[in-house]
Write a protein that binds this ligand. Structure first.
Ligand SMILES: C[S@@+](CC[C@H](N)C(=O)[O-])C[C@H]1O[C@@H](n2cnc3c(N)ncnc32)[C@H](O)[C@@H]1O
Length: 305
């Protein structure tokens, strides 16, 4: 693809993120979901040549793009010392340990999936393009969406579609999948879409019929809710006093986990919530980047108990 058409993920709530992270010159920051490096590069510029930024992601294709972007930016003007690491953010304590001083002034999680992943049919995240039914952030490890669809009991599929996708016809969709996989394995996004839509129809209200089932499978395949729940306390422990943890989520269950985890930290006296209500994109951002529409940002500062 020519460089001008390269898919770059537009960073969501960027100004708000930088403001809550209170990025300062010479500070040390961790971007737990570096993606194509949009937020990370902005942090590295503000932290300046005396600062340090570590970015991690599970996706090697995203890391490659981020690397090129940061290399190019640092050739143009001095930015913070930076490093990209292929890792799960569940290793957040170990990652922060690599920063100067071993703790962070600010940690960012920008959850969910990037435009790069959505728009590459080979990754199988999107039902609008045919491709292998994969959906793994780390394409080299763990069972894919096709494995889940082939092996999970019908009841478990229904539970996943209802819980993670809010799919009202979850049981009927699971039943249809169970019947179809007896005839032939379901290995492509187009085939799954066809099966789901044979139950839901092409649209339910304003959204495409397969949206909820695809979202549910992605969340399940990548253990997204379990990972974020596990990582928040470790990320908070990895902050310096006065440091901030910023989390952008795109799913109501994810946002609920963030909200309750922050409340627990505040009740312990070691955190002060900076966002009583979640911050959402303004009209200008929604117009520029419709994919930001379900984003919710929450931030908490570490304080002396
Ligand atoms: C919304 S994108 C981040 C975009 C990024 N902020 C930017 O500006 O380009 C979310 C990223 O999180 C990554 N991700 C998801 N789960 C992860 C995990 N457990 N550990 C590390 N990265 C993860 C995905 O691969 C994806 O690249």
């Amino acid at each position: 693809m020519p460089p001008g058409n390269e898919v770059i993920h537009e960073p969501v709530l960027l100004e708000e993120t930088l403001a809550f992270l209170a990025v300062r010159e010479g500070g040390a920051y961790l971007d737990c979901t570096a993606g194509t490096g949009g937020h990370m590069l902005a942090v590295a510029r503000l932290a300046g040549p005396g600062g340090a930024v570590i970015g991690c992601d599970l996706d090697p294709a995203a890391l490659e793009k981020a690397e090129r972007r940061l290399e190019q930016a640092s050739a143009e003007a001095p930015i913070a010392h930076w490093q990209l690491i292929r890792s799960s953010y569940t290793a957040v304590a170990e990652l922060a340990g690599r920063l100067p001083g071993g703790k962070a002034d600010g940690i960012l999680f920008d959850l969910g999936c990037s435009s790069l992943q959505l728009e590459d049919p080979a990754r199988g995240f999107s039902f609008s393009k045919d491709g292998p039914l994969d959906m793994r952030f780390d394409p080299d490890s763990g069972p894919s969406a096709a494995d889940a669809v082939a092996s999970l009991p019908e009841d478990e599929l229904a539970r996943i579609f209802r819980l993670y996708g809010g799919e009202r016809r979850a049981r009927a969709v699971a039943r249809r999948i169970a019947a179809e996989r007896e005839k032939a394995p379901i290995t492509t996004t187009a085939r799954l879409r066809e099966i789901v839509e044979s139950v839901t129809g092409r649209r339910t209200g304003r959204i495409a019929g397969a949206t909820r089932v695809f979202q549910a499978l992605r969340i399940y395949v990548n253990s997204e809710l379990e990972n974020v729940e596990r990582a928040i306390p470790d990320a908070f422990d990895s902050l310096k006093e006065g440091g901030t943890l910023v989390i952008i989520s795109f799913h109501s269950l994810e946002d609920r986990i963030v909200k309750h985890s922050f409340k627990r930290l505040e009740a312990l006296g070691s955190g002060r919530i900076l966002t009583r209500k979640p911050i959402v994109p303004d009209q200008a951002e929604l117009r520029r980047n419709p994919r930001s529409r379900s984003a919710k940002l929450r931030a908490i500062r570490k304080v002396t108990p």
